[in-house]
Design a protein around this ligand. Structure first.
Ligand code: SAH
Ligand code: SF4
Length: 349
């Protein structure tokens, strides 16, 4: 099995030669085909609450911003899940800010209802909740949990992701706990966050492998002008700073596929935002095998503004679903059927 040493990862992350990079993307595409096949799985994203108690310095939902916030009702969430079934999706992802008013029993009831009424896999992405809550949701039937560790560098993490008073934030420890509870675990990072060096990004990729992640989400950092990291002048332009370009994201996706051959890797909406014409397709051709169309109804989805300028934010859900299917088939791939969970098998011939 192909595996890069730290130095090679750093060299690839720095590479800019088009011919060399085409070789890298095609290596990743080959690993993707042999390990997870031609299917691209559809996960419907439901952004269930924009309330958040955290103050991540990169995110438009941070608590200190005075914005209009919402929480979806149980009925609205269930109606989105039913729509996911009608659209042929195999998974719903319930995501939110870290909102402790989303009471654990209430979330558990929604998970139980979706599992009882449908064949959908349920993924949760509700932030750093308490371990008894995470266990309750797993017992209710939740299949997967997404929690990006954002950076493997402790100093950078402390700067961009302040802990809550009296509770040190350790997302990697939570991921290990989620795995023990029996979840499939997903994590990831933003590419080009101010202060991220090539060395750090290489260690992030090595950490994906060490954690044996089932899912890895990678997108560009997109500056939000009303956050500390997005304010004009806060960008670090030093030689070691990783840029937040499409090419940099594609290199990271490709190296992640090579280092984590069985993982489910989405071609992210943030990547499609930096290149609305071909970002999704370029992701599919550099190692990605998942896409997460947004099922959140208006006006909520416009209010869930993690970063500005999100692509397709005003498209109807049905239109989005048609568009991603077309983008999958036009690069010669198949739309996945079923839940599309982690596959553990030897490389296909
Ligand atoms: N509150 C949950 C889930 C919502 S945030 C959590 O924090 O895990 C989901 C992801 O959005 C974050 O993990 C982060 O990687 C990404 N994100 C936040 N702000 C962003 C920005 N400005 N640009 C790109 N991605 C961002
Ligand atoms: Fe809240 Fe998640 Fe945004 Fe941090 S990244 S402020 S936890 S929504």
């Amino acid at each position: 099995m192909l595996k890069f040493a730290h130095k090679e990862l750093v060299n690839w992350l720095r590479a800019t030669d088009e011919v060399e990079l085409r070789r890298l993307f095609s290596m990743a595409d080959d690993v993707r085909r042999r390990h997870v096949g031609e299917a691209v799985h559809l996960r419907g994203l439901i952004e269930i609450s924009s309330h958040c108690c955290r103050n991540c310095s990169y995110c438009g939902l941070r608590a200190l911003r005075h914005i209009t916030r919402y929480r979806m009702t149980r009925e609205k969430i269930l109606s989105c899940a039913r729509k996911a079934v009608r659209l042929g999706f195999g998974t719903v992802v319930l995501q939110s800010g870290e909102d402790f008013a989303l009471e654990a029993g209430w979330v558990a009831d929604i998970v139980r209802t979706i599992k009882r009424e449908t064949d959908l896999a349920v993924t949760l992405s509700l932030g750093e909740r308490m371990s008894d809550e995470l266990r309750l949701w797993r017992d209710a039937g939740a299949d997967r949990y997404l929690l990006r560790f954002e950076t493997s560098d402790a100093d950078l993490y402390a700067k961009i992701h302040p802990s809550l008073p009296g509770r040190t934030s350790d997302r990697i420890a939570i991921l290990r706990q989620l795995r023990d509870f029996g979840y499939e675990i997903g994590s990831g990072v933003m590419v080009g966050i101010p202060g991220q060096s090539y060395e750090i990004l290489a260690r992030d990729i090595e950490t994906f492998r060490e954690l044996d992640l089932d899912m890895v989400g990678i997108g560009p950092f997109l500056a939000h002008p009303d956050t500390p990291l997005g304010a004009p002048g806060s960008q670090n332009a030093g030689a070691e700073q990783v840029p937040n370009t499409e090419q940099m994201v594609l290199k990271t996706v490709a190296l992640t596929r090579i280092m984590c051959p069985e993982a489910n890797i989405p071609s992210t909406t943030a990547l499609a935002t930096v290149n609305p014409m071909r970002g999704r397709e370029n992701g599919f051709q550099s190692g990605a095998n998942v896409v997460m169309p947004n099922l959140t109804p208006s006006p909520y989805r416009q209010m869930y503004e993690i970063y500005p300028g999100k692509t397709c934010v005003d498209e109807e859900v049905e239109q989005c679903a048609r568009c991603v299917r077309a983008r999958i088939t036009c690069v010669g791939r198949e739309v996945g059927v079923g839940q599309g969970g982690r596959q553990h098998f030897e490389a296909m011939a």
